[in-house]
Design a protein around this ligand. Structure first.
Ligand code: NOJ
Ligand code: CA
Length: 698
């Protein structure tokens, strides 16, 4: 399929010669610095030229789809009409998000094209100060079997990019930093910086009823990347069934002059305003989708000291549940996740038939629910599907209803396992399944955290109950593989996190698994020996990740005993570095990435109410950072508490050394932060008069 695709695409390039006629549309960004012009080449194929700051940035060629019967829906067009430029300028209020107020300011135009055979293409082009996007829709096509998309992205210059490989089953890969010209294929968000120092990230928005798009390099032109859609399960080269009058997902390029501009952009997210295919609940019925902090019976299973099945290592027992609920209640933590609470784990790897209502025999669910309620703690139920989609689709309505009946509003889903009948995770079948679950959960007032998801494309904008997702290598990889490199978490904010929040599950304090070495069960259930595994950061970096890797449903992932320290008198006290999580408020109003470079370091500030949280992390290089605090309010003195690395912290030799420092700061100050190798710092900054007490959120 891939080879055939390359040959077809290469022959287009050779046959057409691609001389431009005059432009049929010219859309400039509100600040005039980005210009996207649409042309038809000499083959009648739509192309968009993008110019940024008066420099050639990218040409998007051969825009269109291909279908069976050799029908190529990207050539032979003539221009019918171009609409006047529309301006959209508004401020959207979100229920939750990095920024609750999102400003939309963009110009768009619709262009109608038609072939001799009366195939019509309606192309919509949108340009804002931080991006260019387009999508298109056909009318009057007789074949609805889509084989692919011919849209090709040609970079004007070479550059460097950060990406994971194109793969239709998983996103859990190590990131590659390489020249654009040496990148064979990639998934999106595909982040790059050009030789002209212009940043960008190619992604898609409002992915609905279509397979996901990935990119594959042209065999002749190393700076051109074709769109490669996830195929269906027929083995015939079909990618999707395209409906009558169906818009494609938006193809978007977020653009910035600095790397952090990509993080600060809401361009891709707001493209979801246009979606109408999915239903919507009024905001007042969505208040259940509230940002929360959580802990869970989880890490022990990945380390191998606990199990999901109800055997002697079973993690989710009534006893452990009550202990976790007590810990949550005592530490200003909203919720507890229990994996392995239900029946079905005994068939793991077999039929993958889970029961989403019946608890394991040693998990007294009714007692636990009522105990949690008394303590003001919420439960997060776990629905591992094992990839058995037909079974989950048959059961989910009942399962969500059961949660609703028990006043439970959070579910973590999982898709660890192949889909039946050779359907791929990221196919149209998969995309539609993930959407169905979001809608069904929404009807039952359930917020979702999806593992092994379809990559986020902004659906949370219309469906705020889709709160977080995995979709990259998360913390779990440190438990049973060589783990994530020190650079990994510094790349995520510039790549995966551009798509939406990530449930990375940070906060491991027992960095080298010291406390489980004595445990006979620490032999791993998968691949490796715990004695050879570890987390490749300092402890302070783990704390900083709570701020840096945005998730409105944020986990302190370690075993709760690691958040406590035994005192000389035998009592247990909270680990001083855990105070940050106790005080952290995930319901932020405002966020800004302040400085950084993928693979090197990143500094991000957030504000919830009048309290600021700042996170800074670095790769394997220690560094000192100066962070101007000019984002603080004028005329206020703040107390800043820095939870950081100590002078002698080193992620290889002394990862758990830390230093907590307090100082007074104002808007005019600059914070000096020392980050150890693979280190970090988390800072809480609150007005001095509010500083003496922990803000309780319940
Ligand atoms: C993979 C998920 O990412 C992880 O969080 C979960 O514990 C396991 N699957 C089991 O469901
Ligand atoms: Ca996973």
């Amino acid at each position: 399929m891939k080879v055939l695709y390359l040959i077809i695409a290469a022959s287009f390039l050779m046959l057409c010669g691609c001389k431009n006629d005059g432009n049929l549309s010219r859309v400039t960004s509100p600040d005039g610095k980005i210009v996207a012009s649409l042309y038809l080449d000499s083959c009648g194929s739509p192309l968009i030229k993008v110019i940024v700051d008066e420099k050639d940035y990218m040409t998007i060629n051969h825009i269109g789809l291909t279908t069976h019967n050799n029908t190529n829906l990207s050539t032979g067009f003539r221009h019918i009409s171009t609409s006047p430029i529309q301006t959209q300028q508004q401020t959207q209020q979100l229920l939750w998000g990095e920024n609750k107020q999102v400003k939309v300011h963009q110009h768009s135009q619709r262009i109608k094209l038609q072939t001799q055979h009366s195939v019509q293409m309606d192309l919509e082009l949108t340009v804002s100060n931080d991006g260019v996007a387009f999508r298109y829709c056909y009318d009057n096509i007789d074949s609805t079997l889509l084989t692919g998309e011919s849209t090709t992205y040609h970079f004007a210059t070479n550059g460097t990019c950060w990406s994971i490989p194109a793969n239709f089953e998983s996103y859990e890969f190590a990131y590659r930093q390489q020249p654009l010209s040496q990148t064979p294929d990639a998934n999106t968000p595909f982040t790059f910086v050009t030789a002209d120092s212009l940043w960008g990230s190619i992604h898609e928005a409002a992915l609905c009823n279509m397979p996901e798009m990935t990119l594959v390099q042209d065999s002749l032109d190393s700076l051109s990347f074709h769109t490669w859609l996830c195929p269906d399960n027929t083995g015939t080269g079909t990618a999707a069934h395209y409906g009558p009058k169906q818009y494609t997902a938006w193809r978007s390029i977020t653009i910035g002059r600095k790397a952090v501009d990509l993080i600060n952009s809401t361009f891709n997210l707001t493209l979801n305003t246009h979606r109408s295919a999915l239903n919507s609940l009024p905001d007042d019925q969505l208040s259940f989708a509230r940002p929360i902090k959580y802990i869970g019976v989880w890490w022990g299973m990945h380390l191998g000291i606990n199990s999901w099945t109800p055997d002697h290592r079973h993690g989710a027992t009534t006893k452990s549940a009550l202990r976790y609920i007590d810990f949550a209640a005592a530490n200003n933590i909203d919720a507890v996740l229990f994996e392995g609470w239900n029946l079905g784990w005994e068939q793991w790897g077999g039929t993958q038939v889970f029961d989403f209502i019946q608890p394991a025999p040693d998990f007294d669910v009714e007692r636990i629910i009522s105990y949690a309620k008394d303590k003001g703690v919420q439960l997060i139920m776990h629905h591992e599907t094992g990839g058995n989609i037909p079974h989950y689709e048959a059961e989910m309505e009942r399962a969500f209803q059961w949660c609703q009946d028990h006043d439970i509003h959070y579910v973590k889903t999982g898709y660890a396992g192949g889909f039946p009948n050779r359907h791929l995770h990221h196919s149209q079948y998969g995309v539609n399944h993930y959407s169905k679950v979001v809608e069904c959960a929404k009807r039952h007032h359930i917020a979702l955290v999806v593992h092994e998801p379809i990559k986020p494309t902004g659906l949370r904008y219309s469906h705020p109950n889709l709160m977080s997702a995995e979709g990259a290598r998360g913390m779990e990889w440190n438990a049973w593989s060589d783990g994530n490199t020190p650079a990994h978490e510094t790349i995520l904010p510039f790549t995966r996190l551009l798509a939406g929040p990530m449930d990375y599950t940070p906060g491991i304090f027992d960095i080298t698994y010291q406390h489980i070495q004595h445990n006979p069960d620490c032999r791993q259930w998968n691949m490796k020996d715990a004695r050879q595994c570890r987390v490749h950061t300092t402890l302070a970096k783990q704390v900083a990740l709570w701020v840096v890797l945005y998730s409105p449903v944020v986990m302190a992932a370690d075993l709760i005993e690691n958040y406590q320290i035994e005192q000389p008198d035998g009592t247990w006290a909270t680990h001083p570095m855990f105070q940050f999580f106790r005080d952290y408020n995930p319901d932020c109003d405002w966020s800004q990435a302040l400085q950084g470079h993928p693979g090197e370091y990143v500094v991000i500030a957030r504000r919830a109410g009048n309290t600021y949280y700042l996170g800074a992390i670095t790769n394997e290089r220690a560094r000192s950072l100066s962070v101007p605090l000019n984002f603080l309010s004028d005329g206020t003195t703040y107390e800043a508490i820095i939870y950081g690395d100590a002078a002698n912290t080193d992620y290889l030799t002394a990862p758990t050394n830390y230093k907590i420092a307090k100082l007074h700061v104002s808007k005019r100050d600059t914070l000096s932060l020392h980050l150890a190798t693979s280190g970090g710092a988390a800072v809480i900054i609150r007005p001095q008069d509010a500083a003496s007490h922990t803000p309780l959120r319940k």
